[in-house]
Design a protein. Structure first.
Length: 241
């Protein structure tokens, strides 16, 4: 089953077309990567899918249901969650509190929300930090916390927006393992990332956009060898191993 279908999606901001006639689809259980230069329209596409921006043109379907103009909180309850490039936890609140906020998307019982949040923290190897204030965490742990809040909403599809930005190489490797675990738990993953070794290793397929337009899509190795992608984004020094 296709969990996500984007057909001829465009988004204008005044006279600027940030996303231009974008079409792509995801199968349930897939990891799809989205790459392209800064300003290519990647996050704008995510914002349209997640309900932050209404599309100017085109249709978006989630679990075969048209979701144009749905609000983010309604989509979250339907099973579509996302993270943000800049993580903004409730810094003075505990790690557990932060994840419980996500749990309340599906329950109004504090005990149920707490149990779900504890399960998520255990899944992300953050259980020993549950009582720490979120503001005291390292950037790597804050990134994991951001994923934790999204996972606590019990998503079917999670949109990850540069969750590896700013991480050390060993932390990137740990995040790759976490994202694989998320997919193996039954959650489809759509991610934006600039760290090529990570997104190449993770993705079942890659889509590439440039100036809002899709210029390539396919298996990571094929996309990385595409002359248009090399010219627009990767650069001539990029070599496919």
């Amino acid at each position: 089953m296709k969990i996500l279908e984007v057909n001829n999606l465009s988004k204008d901001f005044g006279g600027l077309r940030a996303v231009d006639n974008l079409s792509l689809a995801m199968e349930q259980g897939e990891i799809l990567g989205l790459i392209g230069p800064n300003g290519a329209g990647k996050s704008t596409a995510f914002n349209c899918i997640a309900g932050v921006y209404p599309p100017t043109e085109g249709t978006i379907r989630f679990c075969e249901e048209r979701i144009n103009n749905r609000k983010p909180w309604d989509l979250c309850k339907q099973g579509l969650a996302r993270t943000f490039q800049i993580v903004k936890p409730f810094s003075s609140k505990t790690v557990l509190y932060n994840v419980m906020v996500g749990s309340f998307a599906n329950t109004d019982r504090k005990s149920t929300a707490r149990d779900k949040a504890l399960d998520v923290l255990d899944f992300l190897h953050l259980a020993d930090k549950r009582d720490l204030p979120a503001g005291s965490m390292t950037i790597a742990d804050r990134k994991r916390l951001e994923i934790g809040r999204a996972l606590a909403t019990e998503p079917k599809l999670i949109l990850l927006d540069e969750v590896m930005a700013g991480l050390r190489p060993t932390e990137v490797d740990e995040m790759v393992d976490i994202i694989r675990k998320v997919r193996d738990s039954g959650i489809s993953v759509f991610l934006i990332e600039h760290i090529m070794r990570a997104i190449m290793a993770l993705s079942d397929r890659l889509a590439v956009i440039h100036f809002g337009k899709k210029i390539a899509e396919g298996a990571p190795k094929d996309v990385a060898a595409d002359e248009n992608v090399i010219k627009a984004y990767l650069g001539d020094e990029y070599v496919v191993s």
